[in-house]
Design a protein around this ligand. Structure first.
Ligand SMILES: [Fe+2]
Length: 266
């Protein structure tokens, strides 16, 4: 059931399925030397754009911003709390001497080129950063985007279902966050968990339920893709979303990150 996709041919075949998979080799056309995690934490906790999440939110879906309680805390003090930090756009700290200097050129551009070269287009694609303190977890939720999850440092466990459609069929694809509640009657046999270590990448399909445990301090990047289409075709669930809403929900959402804009800049 666990799968690693290491060739582009397989990725083109698998990107619109339902079971999460790891990505490797030619599907990861980038690398980056990040600063030490302590430096990342100290910088992000001081950044105005960072939002905070309290650690143990299994049943609440990551709602609310608790950043104020973490502001001004040292790295050592933070490690005594259940803290998670979310930074919305890595490129804002891509400046000479800053935390993510060179990220656009070394990571985002090669990734977008890779997608374009193999027939993909998108309405929005950007990278956000996330720090998870020790013994924290995310809520159970579904994302309205296809996400390339890059665990840069630390150990996490990424949970999903072996049969996602059994738990969240197409008809429930548009559930609001409040309605996304972890099913009470499920067993370990129903869950598909990936143990992820340093520099591990995982493809999380749009609108599949998932939750992530972080037993230790971890840092990672999430690439969010909205309106991703291959040879003009959206994945099945996103097409359903468009049909149900009667419009493109990505249209006015960070249009400057669309493939059409990226292509003009090449
Ligand atoms: Fe998610």
């Amino acid at each position: 059931m666990h799968k690693t996709v290491a060739t582009t041919a397989e990725f083109l075949h698998t990107w619109d399925s339902r079971i999460n998979f790891l990505m490797a080799d030619e599907c990861v056309p980038f690398s980056f030397e990040f600063p030490p995690i302590e430096q990342i934490v100290e910088r992000l906790v001081a950044e105005q754009n960072t939002t905070g999440i309290e650690g143990q939110l299994r049943n609440t879906g990551d709602r609310g911003n608790t950043m104020e309680q973490f502001r001004g805390m040292s790295f050592t003090d933070l490690m005594e709390t259940s803290f998670q930090l979310r930074y919305p756009d890595v490129t804002l700290l891509d400046r000479p001497g800053d935390l993510f200097a060179g990220f656009t050129e070394q990571v985002l551009v090669p990734w977008k080129r890779y997608l374009l070269d193999h027939g993909f287009e998108w309405d929005r694609c950007y990278a956000l950063a996330r720090v998870s303190g020790p013994n924290t977890c995310t809520g159970y939720h579904m994302d309205r985007s296809n996400v390339l999850f890059w665990n840069v440092r630390g150990h996490k466990v990424f949970h999903g279902f072996r049969e996602p459609d059994r738990w969240v069929p197409l008809t429930r694809a548009n559930d609001e966050r409040e309605a996304q509640i972890m099913p009470a009657h499920m067993s370990s046999q129903d869950v598909l968990s990936y143990e992820v270590g340093d520099n591990t990448l995982l493809w999380n399909h749009l609108l599949t339920p998932h939750w992530v445990d972080s037993p230790e301090l971890a840092f990672g990047i999430n690439f969010s893709h909205g309106g991703l289409r291959h040879n003009g075709r959206l994945c099945r669930y996103e097409q359903h979303l468009y049909n149900t809403l009667g419009r493109n929900p990505n249209e006015n959402w960070l249009p400057e990150t669309a493939s059409a804009v990226f292509q003009k800049g090449l």
